[in-house]
Design a protein around this ligand. Structure first.
Ligand code: PLP
Length: 365
């Protein structure tokens, strides 16, 4: 039996450090916005190569708060990928703006800059590329477009902690980066957590206010903010895990390389395309299968965990029925949803498990 993902070995590897971190916070008597959050913010900003990191409650609110801090809201449009986890769209909606879906580069599943250019209108305020599955989006053309049209660019880095684009870290490639540290991400908390990275002093200052009831000075509220704070316990746990992130990403890279090598020529799967400038961190290892039902059945018969990321694209979700989009309107996103298969990958998965998965796929071909 090969589980899709097992989070227990990551805890076991760092048990002493994580336990010490949790006990340190418990004994400190200070649980929200304290020394651990400040230290994690500094350490994660240094890791990403940005001036600032602002810890928040989760990845969705990291995205939403940046849009709000840029005064993006009612009447504004934000360009989002048609193929992404729905949180990317929901953040735009929560800010009061309209998500404008743009189809991906069919080879990578990330935003296609040429299609983005065609979707810009006088109402467009920002572009929200997602580094989907841990693979960086093609950022240079997006940043050029944004400069030409006076737009902001916000990276959704929820799936790509540590990935690089032309040698530079994700989260440091645009005006801001929004991170989730949901437990299943490449670096995950033991609960919900998120953060924003940016070089922009004013944005950082506004986010620190917005996340804490619009308050900089206790009981003085300069705007209608929210409660979206990274707590001390999660920050301390993330500090214990951050030093392991690069090694864990390297283990994901080794497993992905093994999949790519051994699955080459297996006719029932189309392998992920990695552009030359991309150094992905393989949050997910996704293949595409025309006959997904048969492949899924073969994996299940072998007791191998697999998932679909994601089975229903946002425009076909009931949550977005009011947009009036129907099947056929965003065919590339729909084709990804209809054919994608995520195979098991994680830092603690033995390489031999890759071989078992490959054998099952080979037999199914
Ligand atoms: C996980 C995820 C989010 C949301 O993060 P949460 O911490 O669960 O709110 C946003 N975007 C993408 C692409 C994600 O994978």
């Amino acid at each position: 039996m090969i589980p899709f993902l097992d989070l227990k070995p990551a805890y076991a590897e760092l048990k002493d450090k994580i336990d010490a971190a949790m006990l340190r916070v418990a004994a400190s008597g200070w649980y929200v916005l304290g020394a651990e959050v400040a230290a994690f913010e500094q350490e994660f900003a240094a890791y990403c190569g940005t001036r600032h990191c602002i810890g928040v409650g989760n990845g969705l609110e990291a995205l939403e708060l940046v849009l709000r801090a840029w005064d993006i809201g009612s009447g504004d449009e934000v360009i989002v990928p048609s193929s992404t986890y729905i949180a990317t769209w929901l953040a735009v909606s929560a800010a009061g703006a309209r998500p404008v879906p743009v189809e991906p580069d069919p080879r990578t599943a990330n935003l296609d800059p040429e299609r983005v250019a065609a979707a810009i209108t006088p109402r467009t305020k920002a572009i929200l590329p997602v580094h989907l599955y841990g693979q960086p989006a093609d950022m240079d053309p997006l940043m050029e477009l944004a400069a030409r049209h006076g737009l902001k660019v916000l990276e959704d880095v929820a799936q790509a902690q540590g990935a690089r684009y032309k040698g530079r870290r994700t989260g440091a490639l645009a005006h801001a980066g929004a991170f989730s540290f949901f437990p299943t991400k490449n670096i995950g908390a033991l609960g919900d957590a998120g953060a924003v990275t940016t070089d922009d002093d004013r944005l950082a200052d506004r986010l620190r206010t917005l996340r804490n009831y619009g308050s900089k000075v206790k009981y003085v509220n300069i705007e209608a903010g929210v409660n979206s704070r990274l707590d001390e316990l999660q920050a301390a746990i993330l500090r214990a895990k951050l030093p392991a992130l690069d090694a864990w990403n390297d283990r994901r890279r080794a497993l992905a390389a093994r999949y790519l090598e051994k699955l080459a020529g297996v006719t029932c799967v189309e392998l992920p395309h990695v552009p030359q400038w991309a150094d992905p961190v393989w949050h997910l290892f996704t293949v595409r299968c025309r006959d997904r039902q048969r492949i899924g059945a073969a994996l299940e018969a072998a007791k191998i965990g697999w998932l679909i990321h994601y089975p229903i694209p946002p425009h076909l979700q009931q949550a977005y029925a009011s947009m009036g989009l129907k099947r056929g309107d965003l065919p590339l996103a729909e084709r990804i949803a209809d054919t994608i298969v995520s195979l098991p990958i994680s830092p603690h998965m033995p390489a031999a498990h890759v071989d078992v998965v490959v054998d099952v796929l080979r037999d199914a071909a």
